[in-house]
Each structure stands twice: as structure tokens, then as C-alpha cells.
Write a protein that binds this ligand. Sequence first.
Ligand SMILES: C[S@@+](CC[C@H](N)C(=O)[O-])C[C@H]1O[C@@H](n2cnc3c(N)ncnc32)[C@H](O)[C@@H]1O
Length: 236
Amino acid sequence: MEAIYISNSDSVRRLIDKAHDFNQSLLEELAEGKITEEDWFEINNKYFTEHYLASDNPRSQSGHGGNEQGYFHSHQMLIDVIHKSGTFIDVGCANGYLLESLHRWITNLGYYKLVCYGLDISQGLIELAKKRLPEWSNHFYTGNAVNWAPKEKFDFVCVKELDYAVPGKQQLFLKHLFEHFVKPNGRLILGPYSEETSTPTMYELVTSWGYKPTGYIERSNYKHHDISRRLLWWDL
Ligand SMILES: C[S@@+](CC[C@H](N)C(=O)[O-])C[C@H]1O[C@@H](n2cnc3c(N)ncnc32)[C@H](O)[C@@H]1O
């Protein structure tokens, strides 16, 4: 597999810097010992819950700006990694918008059937997900993905980012997902995420941990064509 393209353009830096400003200052406090890991999860949880619940737009409630066209553009690569019917969990599902959208896209295509589940650290967002999608209310769980384990494993496990775990524990988080979430013959999906401006790239990082992805997909950002959106996957 070829190395992944990395852009160093200013627009990439600005976009990613903006999204990670809050996270960055928290990480500094964690590194300096001003807050504990437990505080880190609690503050992040409060931040996500307050920001997402402040909106009445279901896309924003799951952390996405822009219109539906942009949302589809950024996420449609998920359709390409659904290669059979089965169960699907979104780890860090917020209000369930990704599950709702992917389920509709896959159902409309008519090839496969997905049974959707969601996990989020935020009780407020899980309550919203259950309210929005009452037919799946038994399929939404509140828990911290770094140590929560489901009773049954899933055919597809999707996690947008590894920074749901504190730095230094992301390899353990990935291991936890492989061991406790993914069924034999199942597929773990990481992304879609925006390209990194630093090395190693996510692909290189996970490969250096001994988890070389089975494959990846890359396409341009909806508005910023010099930014890539990427998705990695592993087949067990
Ligand atoms: C960017 S949103 C992604 C929402 C959804 N997966 C999507 O793609 O539309 C990140 C979500 O992950 C959740 N989250 C962050 N850290 C988590 C953790 N350690 N365990 C479970 N959920 C977590 C946040 O509460 C937030 O709702």
C-alpha cells in the first residue's frame, strides 16, 4: 500500500487547529498534572454535551457543521466498507445521526441490512439519541469506550478518532476495540477523519503498533479540496 498524502497548507492547519484548540489546552493540563485522566474524560464529556445539545440541528448535535450535501460527501465512503449485512456500532455516536444516515443509505441501496447500535460517554447525548430514534432505544449505551465492553460483539465497529482515549493510551484503546467489540470475520473502521498535518500519519502510527490496516479510502474534503478525508479498516 502506498504512503498517504500529507498536506502542509495553511488552510489545513487552520481548520484542524480550530477543531482541536480546546482539546489541546486540556492535553497540556493533563501532561502538566493539573488534571487527572478522570477529569479529562469528565471535562470532555461536559464540553461535547453542552456544545452538541446547544443546537437543534441534528448534524450539529453530532459535531458536524455544513449542510446535508457536505455531510454526505464527508461520510459516503462508509458505504463502501459495508460489504455484508450485520450489526454496526458507532463508538462515540453522539445523537445517533451517523447511524441514522448510514442505515438509510444502506437500506436505500437494497444490498445489505444493518442493525445499528451506538455508544457514547455522554448521557445527555444518549438520551437525545433514544428520543430521536425510539425504535433503536434499546440499542444505545452510555459508557466510556476505553473500558466499556458490549455483551455481544459486532460485525462492524466504527470509531471516528482514537483521541477518545488520552494520549499514550490510544494503542490500548485500539486493542480494546479489537478484543471486545469486533466479531470474528468482523470489520473495524477508523474514520472518516481529516488528514493529519504531522508525521507519523494515522496509517503509519497504527501500523507501527502492529495493526496494519487491511485497506483505506481517501477522498477530498467537500469545501477544501486540498484536505483529504480518510478511513482505515481492518478485517478480522
Ligand atoms: C465528533 S462526535 C462523533 C459523532 C458520530 N460518531 C458521528 O460521526 O457523527 C464524538 C462523540 O464521541 C463521544 N466520545 C468522546 N470520547 C468518548 C469516549 N471515551 N467514550 C465514548 N464516547 C466518547 C463524544 O461524547 C461525542 O459525542
